[in-house]
Design a protein around this ligand. Structure first.
Ligand code: ATP
Ligand code: MG
Length: 307
């Protein structure tokens, strides 16, 4: 069980994380959603000991805060970093063997290797291939495989789907489910909100270094405010968020600009339905320009001399 409490990370004057608390239990997938610069990577790095943080980080009851990264790996926590971080000049087999360097993983190295190769069958076919010559998706398999070779109880992944084709993304998320089902707790940072919420058990919403929402993944995926902020506004932005879910304070700021009923029709090539048109007979909003109306455009087109 990973328990993070009031974790803060500061870069000079910039507070990248402002007291983040979360938990990840064995056998569950927890996803962190957040915009660029929200602090997702800083969070994972601070947990993994790669960034200095203030606050409490406990793994299976023992504090790992302030430990050097290799001791955190020994304790049972592995990170697949943003950009994968594999050794490009080494073969697949050598990369995987390096993952088993931790004392905790040495006894069960062969069993772990079998498990990894069972999960990523392509790696067994390519065990002698130099890692940098592999495709992006295959390199991601090497990175996850190497992390699993350390026999972690908690696996953290920083945007593993970045740059992968839709097909490989689907395969990746399916593999993460299999890893979860083997009893490993997965802390997943993703911008692919739709697919990650679909496989996750719980989710946290991170904004400007703070957790602004959390809950069961299925519930968050249905929340209109979350949909508007992270899922392309599928359910529309006007509906209120589910009562039991804290509304992301940032939702309106992060929402893609949606044309309101007032601004939609003058910009649309189509005439509005009558009801909307009637609303438009009301006073024009500030800044309204008749040149933006389709009627005006059509009249200009017909007035333009043909060449
Ligand atoms: N080493 C650093 N020195 C100074 N500022 C940093 C450093 N690393 C990150 N930051 C800043 O901290 C904030 C959070 O960065 P972080 O990389 O954690 O965000 P992120 O959520 O992972 O973003 P992205 O989705 O783009 O990967 C950003 O404003 C970033 O500029
Ligand atoms: Mg990042």
């Amino acid at each position: 069980m990973l328990e993070v409490k009031d974790l803060a990370v500061t870069y000079g004057q910039h507070r990248a994380l402002k007291g983040v608390s979360l938990t990840v239990a064995p056998g569950e997938i927890v996803v962190i959603l957040g915009a660029n610069g929200a602090g997702k990577t800083s969070l994972l790095k601070a947990i993994a000991g790669l960034e200095r943080g203030a606050g409490s980080v406990r793994l299976d009851g023992s504090s790992i805060a302030g430990l050097p990264p290799h001791r955190i790996v020994e304790a049972g926590l592995a990170l697949v970093p943003e950009g994968r971080g594999i050794f490009g000049d080494l073969t697949v087999q050598e990369n995987l063997a390096l993952g088993a360097f931790a004392h905790r993983a040495r006894d069960g190295q062969q069993a772990n290797l079998d498990r990894v190769l069972g999960l990523f069958t392509r790696l067994s076919e390519r065990s002698g291939q130099v890692a940098r010559t592999m495709s992006g998706g295959e390199q991601q398999m090497v990175a996850i495989g190497r992390a699993l070779m350390s026999a972690p109880t908690i696996l953290m992944l920083d945007e593993p789907s970045l740059g992968l084709s839709p097909l490989l993304c689907t395969e990746l998320f399916r593999n993460l489910r299999t890893i979860r089902d083997s009893g490993v707790g997965v802390l997943l940072v993703e911008q692919n909100a739709r697919q990650s919420l679909a496989i996750a058990d719980r989710a946290y919403l991170l904004e400007n270094g703070e957790i602004v929402g959390q809950g069961p993944a299925a519930q968050l995926a249905r929340d209109p405010a979350v949909q508007a902020a992270y899922l392309g506004g599928a359910a529309g932005h006007a509906a209120a968020p589910a009562a039991s879910t804290p509304a992301p304070a940032h939702a309106s700021a992060r929402r893609r600009p949606q044309p309101s009923p007032r601004t939609r029709w003058p910009l649309s090539p189509h005439r509005p339905p009558a009801a909307t048109a009637r609303r438009w007979s009301a006073p024009r909003p500030t800044g309204w320009c008749p040149r933006a109306s389709p009627t005006w455009c059509a009249s200009r087109r017909s007035a333009r001399p043909r060449t």
